[in-house]
Design a binder for this molecule. Structure first.
Ligand code: SF4
Ligand code: SF4
Length: 428
C-alpha cells in the first residue's frame, strides 16, 4: 500500500493525531442537527480509535452513531491536520454491514444498481404507475407519496421516473463536427429521473461541435453502496466501469459527468477503495485522468464561455448556486459553474453555499430521514433570503434533497442543474 494511502486508513494514527481542537464541530452537519459529542467528527474519531484498539464493540448503539455521519467532508476541510473522518467512517460501515447485514430494501436497491436491464424495466413500470401511489408535482419534477410506505413516509418529495431513460433515448455515437470527442457518464438519477440534464448536455455539445460517445453499458458509479458500506457492490460496479472505460477511453478527450457525486466517486474514491490493491488502484488512477465534471471540462477546454459571453445577459432570472460537497470540497470545482452561469443570468450568492444540503446517502434518506429533513431547513432558508428564481447545483442528489427542503419550508424556488441553464441560455 502506498504510504500516503496507508496513513489515510490508519484509524489509530488518526485518533492519535486528533488534537481535540474542536474546529470541526461548528461546521459538522450531523452535530448541527444532533448536538452530541459522539455525533461530531472529534467524537467519531475517538470512537473509531477505541474500536480499532479493541476497546469498543460494534454494537447497535455504535452502529447507530457511525450511520449518523452525512459524509459531507466539512470537517476535513477545516481540520488543521487534514484528518479524513469521512473515509474512516466509510470503512467502518463495511464492518457494520458484515456484522449486521443490509436491510432488505438496500439489498434490492443495490441489486438493481448492478442490473441495468432490470432497472430499465422497473423504471419504465414506475413511470406508468407512479400516479397511483404518488401525487406528481410538475414544477419540481417531483412526486409526493399519497400514503406512508414502510421506508418512505408521506409529506416528502421524491424524484419522478421519466418516460424513457436518457441512455435509451439516443444513439451510442452522436457526430457533431469532430472538434473533440467526449464520453458522457450520466449517473442513475439523471438517467432515470432528471433526464433534462443529459438532453441539455447534448445540446451544448452540439453547439460546440463536439462528438459524443454515450457509454451505454455504464453501471452506477457505486457511491450509494460505498456510503452504505456495501463494499461487495462497490467492487462489482467499479471493476465493471474501469474495465469498460479502458476499452474506449484512449479514443476520447474526456469522460464528462454532470454529477458531482458520480464524478468524485470515479475520479477519487475508486482509488481510495482500492488502497490495498496495487493493480486495481493503478487502473483506477489511469481512468481518473479522463474524468471531469461537465462544467469543469466545458469551462476549461472549450469556447463555451466565449459563446455565452457573446450572447450577454439574455435572461431576467436570478440564480443562486449551491456547492455540492463532492464538487467543491472533493474536486475543487466552484468557479467553473458560476463563471458560465454569470455570462447570461443575474447571480446572487447565498449566505453559505458551502453548507451541506443534508442528502447524506441511502440510510439518511430512509431510516434517518429526520436528520436529513432538519439539515435541509437552513439551506432552504438561505435560498429564500437570496430571492432567487432558481437554485442550481451540479448534483442530482442535492437536487432531490434541496427540492424537498424548499417544498417543506414553502419556498417557491425551482432547482435546475447548471447544464440545463447553460443550454437554455444558448437557445434564448
Ligand atoms: S463528514 Fe460531515 S457529518 Fe460527518 S463528521 Fe464530518 S462534518 Fe460531520
Ligand atoms: S478539527 Fe481535526 S484535529 Fe481538531 S478536533 Fe476536529 S478532527 Fe480533531
Amino acid at each position: 500500500m502506498n504510504q500516503q494511502l496507508k496513513e489515510i486508513f490508519d484509524f489509530t494514527k488518526i485518533s492519535d493525531d486528533c488534537i481535540k481542537c474542536g474546529k470541526c464541530i461548528p461546521v459538522c452537519t450531523i452535530h448541527n442537527v444532533n448536538a452530541d459529542e459522539v455525533t461530531s467528527p472529534r467524537g467519531f474519531i475517538d470512537l473509531l480509535g477505541a474500536y480499532k484498539r479493541g476497546n469498543l464493540e460494534l454494537d447497535k448503539a455504535a452502529k447507530d452513531i457511525f450511520e449518523s455521519c452525512f459524509l459531507c467532508t466539512n470537517c476535513v476541510e477545516v481540520c488543521p491536520n487534514d484528518l479524513p473522518t469521512d473515509m474512516i467512517i466509510e470503512q467502518v460501515r463495511n464492518d457494520i454491514r458484515k456484522k449486521y447485514g443490509l436491510a432488505w430494501y438496500k439489498r434490492v436497491f443495490f441489486f438493481l444498481l448492478r442490473n441495468r436491464k432490470i432497472m430499465d424495466i422497473l423504471a419504465r413500470l414506475g413511470y406508468v404507475f407512479q400516479t397511483c401511489g404518488f401525487k406528481i408535482k410538475e414544477k419540481q419534477s417531483a412526486m409526493e407519496p399519497r400514503f406512508s410506505l414502510p421506508i418512505i413516509k408521506k409529506d416528502r418529495l421524491l424524484a419522478t421516473a421519466s418516460k424513457k431513460s436518457f441512455l435509451n433515448s439516443y444513439e451510442d455515437v452522436i457526430k457533431n463536427g469532430g472538434k473533440a470527442k467526449v464520453g458522457i457518464f450520466i449517473g442513475c438519477l439523471a438517467n432515470y429521473s432528471y433526464t433534462d440534464t443529459g438532453k441539455a448536455l447534448l445540446e451544448i455539445l452540439k453547439v460546440l461541435e463536439i462528438d459524443v460517445y454515450l457509454i451505454k453499458k455504464q453501471l452506477c458509479c457505486g457511491a450509494p453502496a460505498y456510503f452504505t458500506g456495501d463494499f461487495d457492490t462497490v467492487e462489482y460496479l467499479s471493476k465493471h466501469n474501469i474495465e469498460y472505460f479502458e476499452t474506449f477511453m484512449d479514443d476520447l478527450d474526456a469522460i464528462i459527468i454532470p454529477e458531482a457525486t458520480c464524478s468524485a466517486m470515479i475520479k477519487i474514491d475508486y482509488e481510495h477503495f482500492y488502497h490495498d490493491d496495487k493493480i486495481w488502484r493503478n487502473r483506477a488512477r489511469i481512468v481518473s485522468k479522463k474524468i471531469y465534471m461537465a462544467t469543469e471540462w466545458l469551462h476549461n477546454n472549450t469556447s463555451l464561455k466565449d459563446i455565452l459571453a457573446k450572447k450577454g445577459q439574455n435572461s431576467d432570472l436570478l440564480i443562486t448556486y449551491h456547492d455540492p460537497c463532492h464538487a467543491k470540497k472533493m474536486q475543487g470545482i466552484e468557479k467553473e459553474p458560476r463563471d458560465l452561469l454569470k455570462q447570461n443570468y443575474k447571480f446572487k450568492e447565498m449566505s453559505d453555499s458551502n453548507r451541506c444540503c443534508g442528502f447524506g446517502g441511502v440510510t439518511m434518506q430512509t431510516e434517518k430521514f429526520h436528520f436529513a429533513k432538519a439539515a435541509g431547513v437552513p439551506k432552504a432558508t438561505m435560498i429564500k433570503e437570496t430571492k432567487a428564481d432558481i437554485v442550481s447545483a451540479e448534483c442530482s442528489a442535492c437536487r432531490m434533497q434541496i427540492t424537498n427542503s424548499l417544498y417543506d419550508e414553502e419556498v417557491d424556488v425551482v432547482f435546475k442543474n447548471p447544464i440545463e441553464l447553460i443550454a437554455k441560455a444558448l437557445k434564448d
